[in-house]
Design a protein. Structure first.
Lengths: 180, 119
């Protein structure tokens, strides 16, 4: 009986956790820096909660670097390119700022549990400069997101391309955005 | 004058070699891990029409398999034994890729800290 209960507990907690995992942005390009916003949202419930980077609006991943966002809170101390404030809408459709350490942004919160990394509107810049590459940008993200339309592959060859996919391990969804 | 120019050139060269970046300090296993991700974009490795039609963002098993050898190599380079790798992952491709990703992030952080310490 005890064993069954423990197993049940494990199953429930892993189900809860399966809602969100890290976002990993791998910029393998040698010529371009990635500048893009990052968005997580609910795929049901009228798209709410909806969370997007606000300060800074665009995170930067320099050519050759990989950045990981563990969750809305811990990314602030653990990531190379952090988000200090998120713009969040919970149920009204109105957006308001919430800092990384806001009590509602912790792992396991209603917002965390009901959102998944979904989208990035990005623009590539010539590495180390503020010169945008006219032909290398787009809306990349989960193609099944009913709230934002995006492609899982953006072809800007010969400059490069961008791919979005997940790898699910033990119920945790790892979301990858890979720039080539 | 020529000697002076040569001296300036030489000092510039020294400077450029002294600048270490995470990129230049990656271990061979980290580089191979990057290469494996890059290879997903090779024409023969891109999603097939059938894979595109799936109702999920999950990387297909065919494409996960492309990441596994470099992932294993990276995990083993961190001191984990082959037996341990099999025991912990049961050979599950997703677990191997995710584990390798975490080792990659940890190694990148270490390199970054070392560069900072040198400066």
């Amino acid at each position: 009986m005890k064993k069954t209960l423990a197993l049940l507990g494990l199953t429930i907690s892993s189900l809860g956790y399966s809602q969100g995992g890290p976002l990993i942005i791998k910029n393998l390009s040698t010529n371009y820096d990635f500048h893009g916003n990052i968005i997580a949202n609910n795929f049901a419930g009228g798209c709410l909660p909806f969370v997007m980077s606000q300060d800074p609006e665009q995170v930067i991943v320099q050519a050759g670097n990989t950045v990981q966002y563990d969750n809305f809170r811990d990314q602030y101390n653990g990531s190379l390119s952090t988000v200090a404030t998120w713009s969040v809408s919970v149920n009204s459709g109105l957006f308001g700022p919430r800092t990384w350490n806001h009590p509602t942004m912790v792992p396991g919160s209603i917002i965390s549990k009901n959102t998944q990394w979904s989208h990035s509107k990005f623009q590539m810049y010539h590495a180390g400069t503020s010169n945008a590459e006219t032909y290398f940008n787009g809306n990349i993200g989960n193609k099944n997101n009913p709230c934002l339309s995006a492609s899982e592959y953006i072809d800007a060859l010969p400059m490069g391309d961008a791919s979005w996919f997940t790898v699910t391990s033990n119920g945790t969804v790892y979301t990858y955005l890979v720039i080539n | 004058m020529a000697a002076f120019a040569a001296l300036i050139l030489a000092s510039c060269n020294n400077e450029s070699t002294a600048v270490n970046t995470v990129e230049s300090m990656k271990t061979p296993q980290m580089e191979n891990f990057d290469k494996a991700f890059k290879s997903l974009g090779d024409p023969q490795n891109r999603p097939t029409e059938e894979e595109k039609k799936r109702n999920t963002s999950e990387l297909s098993d065919r494409r996960k398999a492309l990441l596994v050898p470099a992932s294993k190599e990276l995990i083993l380079s961190s001191g984990v034994t082959e037996a341990e790798l099999m025991r912990k992952t049961g050979g599950d491709m997703s677990q191997i890729i995710v584990w390798a990703t975490q080792i990659y992030m940890k190694k990148s952080d270490e390199i970054r800290k070392n560069i900072k310490a040198e400066k």
